[in-house]
Design a protein. Structure first.
Length: 307
Protein backbone atom coordinates (compact mmCIF):
# COMPACT_ATOMS: atom_id res chain seq x y z
CA UNK A 1 0.00 0.00 0.00
CA UNK A 2 2.68 2.44 1.04
CA UNK A 3 4.74 1.68 -2.04
CA UNK A 4 1.71 2.47 -4.15
CA UNK A 5 1.44 5.94 -2.64
CA UNK A 6 5.14 6.52 -3.12
CA UNK A 7 4.71 5.78 -6.79
CA UNK A 8 2.09 8.48 -7.03
CA UNK A 9 4.29 10.85 -5.15
CA UNK A 10 7.18 10.32 -7.52
CA UNK A 11 4.94 10.93 -10.46
CA UNK A 12 3.47 14.06 -8.94
CA UNK A 13 6.92 15.32 -8.10
CA UNK A 14 8.00 14.89 -11.68
CA UNK A 15 4.97 16.80 -12.87
CA UNK A 16 5.52 19.51 -10.31
CA UNK A 17 9.10 19.98 -11.37
CA UNK A 18 8.41 20.36 -15.04
CA UNK A 19 5.26 22.39 -14.70
CA UNK A 20 5.90 24.40 -11.54
CA UNK A 21 2.43 23.72 -10.27
CA UNK A 22 0.55 20.54 -9.88
CA UNK A 23 -0.91 20.34 -13.33
CA UNK A 24 -3.54 17.98 -14.38
CA UNK A 25 -3.18 15.83 -17.43
CA UNK A 26 -6.69 15.32 -18.57
CA UNK A 27 -7.42 12.39 -20.67
CA UNK A 28 -9.60 9.50 -21.29
CA UNK A 29 -8.96 7.64 -24.49
CA UNK A 30 -11.22 7.06 -27.43
CA UNK A 31 -10.53 5.92 -30.93
CA UNK A 32 -10.93 8.30 -33.87
CA UNK A 33 -11.53 7.35 -37.49
CA UNK A 34 -7.92 6.35 -37.99
CA UNK A 35 -8.09 4.16 -34.92
CA UNK A 36 -5.53 6.33 -33.20
CA UNK A 37 -6.14 7.00 -29.54
CA UNK A 38 -6.78 10.63 -28.86
CA UNK A 39 -7.14 12.55 -25.65
CA UNK A 40 -10.51 13.72 -24.47
CA UNK A 41 -10.14 16.47 -21.96
CA UNK A 42 -12.56 16.69 -19.09
CA UNK A 43 -13.31 20.29 -18.30
CA UNK A 44 -11.85 20.95 -14.87
CA UNK A 45 -14.48 23.52 -13.95
CA UNK A 46 -17.26 21.02 -14.66
CA UNK A 47 -15.44 18.23 -12.83
CA UNK A 48 -14.77 20.48 -9.84
CA UNK A 49 -18.49 21.23 -9.44
CA UNK A 50 -19.45 17.55 -9.92
CA UNK A 51 -16.92 16.46 -7.31
CA UNK A 52 -18.15 19.13 -4.91
CA UNK A 53 -21.68 17.76 -5.17
CA UNK A 54 -20.36 14.30 -4.27
CA UNK A 55 -18.25 15.60 -1.42
CA UNK A 56 -21.12 17.58 0.09
CA UNK A 57 -23.39 14.53 -0.12
CA UNK A 58 -20.72 12.55 1.69
CA UNK A 59 -20.28 15.21 4.36
CA UNK A 60 -24.03 15.44 4.88
CA UNK A 61 -24.39 11.68 5.35
CA UNK A 62 -21.40 10.99 7.61
CA UNK A 63 -20.17 11.92 11.08
CA UNK A 64 -17.03 11.31 13.09
CA UNK A 65 -16.49 10.04 16.65
CA UNK A 66 -16.41 13.53 18.16
CA UNK A 67 -17.90 12.08 21.36
CA UNK A 68 -14.64 10.20 21.97
CA UNK A 69 -12.57 13.36 21.55
CA UNK A 70 -14.83 15.39 23.84
CA UNK A 71 -14.82 12.69 26.50
CA UNK A 72 -11.04 12.26 26.58
CA UNK A 73 -9.32 15.44 25.42
CA UNK A 74 -5.98 14.29 26.84
CA UNK A 75 -6.01 10.88 25.22
CA UNK A 76 -3.87 11.09 22.11
CA UNK A 77 -4.36 7.44 21.24
CA UNK A 78 -7.85 8.21 19.91
CA UNK A 79 -8.18 7.88 16.15
CA UNK A 80 -10.72 9.62 14.00
CA UNK A 81 -13.38 7.23 12.79
CA UNK A 82 -15.95 8.24 10.19
CA UNK A 83 -19.27 6.44 9.91
CA UNK A 84 -22.61 6.88 8.18
CA UNK A 85 -25.53 8.65 9.80
CA UNK A 86 -27.88 5.74 10.25
CA UNK A 87 -29.45 3.54 12.89
CA UNK A 88 -28.35 4.52 16.41
CA UNK A 89 -26.18 7.26 14.91
CA UNK A 90 -28.87 9.00 12.94
CA UNK A 91 -28.90 12.00 15.31
CA UNK A 92 -25.15 12.64 15.30
CA UNK A 93 -23.93 15.95 13.95
CA UNK A 94 -23.05 15.53 10.26
CA UNK A 95 -19.57 16.40 9.06
CA UNK A 96 -20.96 19.15 6.86
CA UNK A 97 -21.75 21.12 10.04
CA UNK A 98 -18.24 20.65 11.42
CA UNK A 99 -15.90 21.12 8.48
CA UNK A 100 -14.21 24.30 7.31
CA UNK A 101 -13.62 25.28 3.71
CA UNK A 102 -10.49 26.25 1.83
CA UNK A 103 -10.72 27.74 -1.64
CA UNK A 104 -7.94 26.72 -4.01
CA UNK A 105 -7.28 26.92 -7.71
CA UNK A 106 -5.98 24.48 -10.29
CA UNK A 107 -4.73 25.67 -13.66
CA UNK A 108 -6.21 24.26 -16.84
CA UNK A 109 -5.23 25.83 -20.15
CA UNK A 110 -3.69 28.69 -18.16
CA UNK A 111 -7.00 29.46 -16.47
CA UNK A 112 -7.40 29.24 -12.71
CA UNK A 113 -10.26 26.87 -11.94
CA UNK A 114 -11.77 27.17 -8.44
CA UNK A 115 -11.69 24.06 -6.27
CA UNK A 116 -13.02 23.66 -2.76
CA UNK A 117 -11.31 21.61 -0.09
CA UNK A 118 -13.07 20.75 3.18
CA UNK A 119 -11.21 19.98 6.37
CA UNK A 120 -12.26 18.74 9.76
CA UNK A 121 -10.23 19.80 12.78
CA UNK A 122 -10.51 17.18 15.51
CA UNK A 123 -7.42 18.64 17.18
CA UNK A 124 -5.69 21.78 16.00
CA UNK A 125 -2.22 20.99 17.31
CA UNK A 126 -0.17 23.36 19.44
CA UNK A 127 3.32 23.70 17.96
CA UNK A 128 4.28 24.74 14.43
CA UNK A 129 2.16 25.28 11.36
CA UNK A 130 3.85 23.87 8.24
CA UNK A 131 3.97 25.79 5.00
CA UNK A 132 2.79 23.92 1.91
CA UNK A 133 6.41 23.16 1.05
CA UNK A 134 7.80 21.87 4.34
CA UNK A 135 8.48 18.34 5.54
CA UNK A 136 5.84 16.78 7.76
CA UNK A 137 5.91 13.69 9.96
CA UNK A 138 2.46 12.17 9.60
CA UNK A 139 0.37 9.05 9.86
CA UNK A 140 -2.57 8.85 7.52
CA UNK A 141 -5.29 6.84 5.89
CA UNK A 142 -6.42 7.68 2.38
CA UNK A 143 -9.85 6.58 1.21
CA UNK A 144 -12.45 7.15 -1.45
CA UNK A 145 -15.87 8.56 -0.59
CA UNK A 146 -17.31 5.05 -0.85
CA UNK A 147 -15.23 4.29 2.25
CA UNK A 148 -12.70 2.02 0.58
CA UNK A 149 -9.17 2.58 1.86
CA UNK A 150 -6.48 2.84 -0.84
CA UNK A 151 -3.51 3.59 1.37
CA UNK A 152 -2.75 3.81 5.06
CA UNK A 153 0.17 4.23 7.37
CA UNK A 154 -0.23 3.81 11.12
CA UNK A 155 3.40 4.45 11.95
CA UNK A 156 4.31 8.01 11.00
CA UNK A 157 6.69 8.82 8.21
CA UNK A 158 8.17 11.94 6.67
CA UNK A 159 6.48 13.53 3.68
CA UNK A 160 8.03 16.30 1.66
CA UNK A 161 4.97 18.39 0.91
CA UNK A 162 6.55 19.56 -2.35
CA UNK A 163 5.99 16.01 -3.59
CA UNK A 164 2.42 15.24 -2.63
CA UNK A 165 -0.91 16.08 -4.25
CA UNK A 166 -2.09 19.67 -3.99
CA UNK A 167 -5.05 18.90 -1.73
CA UNK A 168 -2.87 17.26 0.88
CA UNK A 169 -0.11 19.85 0.85
CA UNK A 170 -2.58 22.73 1.08
CA UNK A 171 -4.99 21.17 3.56
CA UNK A 172 -2.33 20.27 6.09
CA UNK A 173 -1.31 23.92 6.46
CA UNK A 174 -4.50 24.39 8.52
CA UNK A 175 -3.01 22.28 11.31
CA UNK A 176 -0.11 22.45 13.72
CA UNK A 177 2.37 19.86 14.85
CA UNK A 178 2.58 18.57 18.43
CA UNK A 179 5.02 18.08 21.28
CA UNK A 180 7.05 15.02 22.07
CA UNK A 181 8.94 13.39 24.89
CA UNK A 182 11.66 10.77 24.65
CA UNK A 183 11.01 7.52 26.48
CA UNK A 184 13.65 5.54 28.37
CA UNK A 185 13.84 3.05 25.51
CA UNK A 186 14.59 5.83 23.03
CA UNK A 187 11.17 5.94 21.42
CA UNK A 188 9.12 9.12 21.18
CA UNK A 189 5.70 9.85 22.59
CA UNK A 190 3.76 12.56 20.76
CA UNK A 191 0.99 14.68 22.22
CA UNK A 192 -0.85 17.89 21.40
CA UNK A 193 -0.55 17.19 17.67
CA UNK A 194 -2.94 18.20 14.94
CA UNK A 195 -5.48 15.58 13.97
CA UNK A 196 -8.00 15.94 11.21
CA UNK A 197 -9.47 14.90 7.91
CA UNK A 198 -9.28 16.55 4.50
CA UNK A 199 -11.87 16.02 1.80
CA UNK A 200 -10.99 17.27 -1.64
CA UNK A 201 -12.04 17.03 -5.29
CA UNK A 202 -10.14 14.99 -7.85
CA UNK A 203 -8.55 18.12 -9.34
CA UNK A 204 -6.61 18.53 -6.10
CA UNK A 205 -5.77 14.83 -6.17
CA UNK A 206 -4.86 12.52 -9.05
CA UNK A 207 -7.53 13.78 -11.43
CA UNK A 208 -7.50 11.71 -14.61
CA UNK A 209 -4.75 9.38 -13.42
CA UNK A 210 -6.03 6.08 -12.15
CA UNK A 211 -3.75 3.85 -10.22
CA UNK A 212 -4.37 0.75 -8.17
CA UNK A 213 -7.50 1.29 -6.12
CA UNK A 214 -7.96 4.93 -7.13
CA UNK A 215 -10.16 5.33 -10.21
CA UNK A 216 -9.93 8.38 -12.45
CA UNK A 217 -11.65 11.51 -11.18
CA UNK A 218 -11.90 10.39 -7.58
CA UNK A 219 -12.53 12.83 -4.74
CA UNK A 220 -10.25 11.83 -1.87
CA UNK A 221 -10.46 11.67 1.91
CA UNK A 222 -7.30 11.80 4.05
CA UNK A 223 -7.53 11.11 7.76
CA UNK A 224 -4.21 12.13 9.32
CA UNK A 225 -2.17 13.16 12.34
CA UNK A 226 0.60 15.77 12.11
CA UNK A 227 3.21 14.90 14.73
CA UNK A 228 6.06 17.20 13.85
CA UNK A 229 7.56 19.12 10.95
CA UNK A 230 10.75 20.60 9.56
CA UNK A 231 11.22 23.75 7.54
CA UNK A 232 12.85 22.71 4.26
CA UNK A 233 15.53 24.24 2.06
CA UNK A 234 15.33 21.86 -0.89
CA UNK A 235 18.35 23.23 -2.77
CA UNK A 236 20.40 24.08 0.33
CA UNK A 237 20.95 27.59 -0.97
CA UNK A 238 20.37 29.30 2.37
CA UNK A 239 16.86 30.48 1.46
CA UNK A 240 14.15 28.33 3.04
CA UNK A 241 11.87 26.88 0.38
CA UNK A 242 8.80 28.75 1.61
CA UNK A 243 10.74 32.00 1.11
CA UNK A 244 11.49 31.09 -2.51
CA UNK A 245 7.90 32.12 -3.28
CA UNK A 246 9.14 35.30 -4.96
CA UNK A 247 5.76 36.45 -6.27
CA UNK A 248 4.25 35.97 -2.79
CA UNK A 249 1.18 34.15 -4.11
CA UNK A 250 1.48 31.43 -1.47
CA UNK A 251 2.73 28.88 -3.99
CA UNK A 252 6.51 28.29 -4.09
CA UNK A 253 6.11 25.79 -6.95
CA UNK A 254 5.47 28.48 -9.60
CA UNK A 255 8.50 30.74 -9.19
CA UNK A 256 11.38 30.52 -11.66
CA UNK A 257 13.20 33.84 -11.60
CA UNK A 258 15.78 32.98 -14.28
CA UNK A 259 13.23 31.07 -16.37
CA UNK A 260 15.60 28.15 -16.85
CA UNK A 261 12.89 25.58 -16.16
CA UNK A 262 14.19 24.87 -12.66
CA UNK A 263 11.98 26.47 -10.04
CA UNK A 264 13.69 28.58 -7.40
CA UNK A 265 13.27 26.13 -4.58
CA UNK A 266 15.30 23.57 -6.55
CA UNK A 267 17.65 26.12 -8.16
CA UNK A 268 20.90 26.82 -6.32
CA UNK A 269 21.68 29.77 -8.65
CA UNK A 270 18.30 31.49 -8.77
CA UNK A 271 19.29 34.32 -11.14
CA UNK A 272 21.58 32.19 -13.34
CA UNK A 273 24.44 34.68 -13.02
CA UNK A 274 27.02 32.03 -12.29
CA UNK A 275 27.24 32.86 -8.59
CA UNK A 276 25.49 30.41 -6.28
CA UNK A 277 22.62 31.88 -4.28
CA UNK A 278 24.27 30.85 -1.03
CA UNK A 279 27.29 32.99 -1.94
CA UNK A 280 25.17 36.02 -2.81
CA UNK A 281 22.73 36.23 0.07
CA UNK A 282 24.78 38.06 2.66
CA UNK A 283 28.37 38.63 1.57
CA UNK A 284 29.12 41.13 4.35
CA UNK A 285 27.64 38.82 6.98
CA UNK A 286 25.56 41.52 8.64
CA UNK A 287 22.42 39.38 8.79
CA UNK A 288 20.69 41.44 6.10
CA UNK A 289 20.06 40.06 2.61
CA UNK A 290 22.25 42.02 0.20
CA UNK A 291 20.93 44.39 -2.46
CA UNK A 292 24.16 45.96 -3.67
CA UNK A 293 22.71 48.17 -6.42
CA UNK A 294 19.76 49.19 -4.24
CA UNK A 295 17.14 48.41 -6.87
CA UNK A 296 14.93 46.45 -4.49
CA UNK A 297 15.91 43.09 -5.98
CA UNK A 298 18.22 41.10 -3.70
CA UNK A 299 21.55 40.14 -5.24
CA UNK A 300 20.69 36.45 -5.38
CA UNK A 301 17.71 37.23 -7.65
CA UNK A 302 19.47 40.02 -9.56
CA UNK A 303 21.66 38.95 -12.48
CA UNK A 304 23.03 42.52 -12.64
CA UNK A 305 24.93 41.86 -9.45
CA UNK A 306 27.62 39.21 -9.47
CA UNK A 307 30.20 40.60 -7.09
CA1 LIG B 1 4.82 31.77 -6.10
CA1 LIG C 1 15.44 28.77 -12.05
CA1 LIG D 1 16.94 28.58 -4.89
CA1 LIG E 1 23.20 33.84 -8.54
Amino acid sequence: MYLALQFYLMKINFLARINFIFIIILFSCKKNDNNIEEVVVRDASVQSVADDVKLRAYLESHFYNYDDFQASPGDYSIKIRIDTLSGDNIDKIPLINMVQEQNLTVKQDDIDIPHKLYYLVARQGTSSRPSNIDSTYVSYEGSLIDGSVFDSRDLPLWFDLAQVVQGFRMGITNFKSGTYSINSNGTFTYENFGQGVMFFPSGLGYYSNSNGAIPQYSPLVFNFSLYTMNITDHDNDGIASYLEDVDLDGEPLNDDTDEDGNINLYDSDDDDDGVLTINEIDKDNNGVIDDTDGDGVPDYLDPDTTD
